[in-house]
Design a protein around this ligand. Structure first.
Ligand SMILES: [Zn+2]
Length: 281
């Protein structure tokens, strides 16, 4: 059986946790969340501070038994391990030793995860497209990439909501939208490098008709060992995923939440610009 890593690429607040959870309901499939942040969570620095670098199980990742088993299987030491983030700069593909060592380390972590979880498909929702490209080129594992996009107005408003909850500074609305647009353009261009090894899925369509999209995704992944399950709800199981949406443990139905539309319509200029951008980008 061919072990496959399904890597989800998206902007933040685009529904990647939901997609990850829906996919991981099938037999022989497991999810690890955003593996790119493992190093940060273990070291308790950077990303993850709003939630105390907790694993999904509630323990901080650096004291969670599951992750200490993985570190043990992989023969890694928190003090000396390399970052799990590869690079942010597409185009800089020079074969430097540091990058090769980081990819090798990720390969070993994936091996440990496959062994510990005893599955044939692993979902990694790290989201970062540049990491995806590096892995597709230099990792020894087999990958399928899913590029998930969501209406840029919804992404913008959701990012602002979470910045507010975390007490962060909130930039002007249009500047926020422009940043989301820039990322969309960069990601749209970058995923092309992955060629036929990626598919693009729109969040809105996925949620409105997820049984059909699940079949489409599993056909694309083409792993004969997966026994596909179409769930009614997601969340509620205590796994050991890293990062992801804060309400990932809450049991929730898979329904399209369009409350952002009302908020968007109240901001007429933003709504119009966002609508037009969505048609062309
Ligand atoms: Zn845990």
């Amino acid at each position: 059986m061919q072990k496959t890593i399904v890597y989800i690429i998206s902007d933040q607040r685009s529904g990647s946790t939901l997609l990850e959870q829906v996919l991981s309901c099938s037999y022989n499939v497991n999810t690890v969340g955003e593996l790119i942040h493992l190093h940060d969570y273990l070291k308790q620095s950077g990303v993850g501070w709003p939630r105390g670098w907790q694993c999904q199980c509630g323990e901080p990742v650096n004291t969670c038994q599951f992750w200490s088993d993985i570190m043990c299987y992989a023969d890694l030491d928190i003090r000396t391990m390399l970052p799990t983030k590869l690079t942010n700069n597409i185009g800089r593909h020079e074969e430097n030793r540091e990058k090769n060592e980081r990819i090798n380390q990720l390969d070993i972590i994936y091996d440990a995860l496959f062994e510990k979880l005893n599955c044939s498909v692993l979902i990694d929702s790290s989201k970062n497209v540049y990491q995806a490209i590096e892995l597709s080129k230099y990792s020894r594992h087999h990958y399928r990439f899913i590029y998930l996009t969501r209406d840029m107005r919804a992404v913008t408003l959701s990012k602002r909501k979470w910045r507010k909850i975390y007490g962060q500074e909130i930039p002007p609305l249009l500047r926020n939208l422009a940043a989301v647009l820039r990322k969309r353009i960069k990601y749209n261009n970058a995923v092309e490098v992955l060629g036929p090894n990626h598919i693009t899925i729109q969040y809105e369509k996925l949620v409105k008709n997820y049984p059909e999209y699940l079949r489409l995704i599993w056909d694309f992944v083409a792993n004969e060992w997966v026994n596909v399950v179409v769930p009614d709800t997601v969340g509620g199981s205590k796994g050991h995923t890293i990062a992801g949406t804060p309400n990932r443990n809450k049991v929730r139905g898979i329904v399209y939440d369009d409350t952002w539309r009302r908020k968007s319509k109240e901001r007429k200029f933003f709504n119009l610009i966002g609508y037009m951008l969505e048609l062309i980008v």
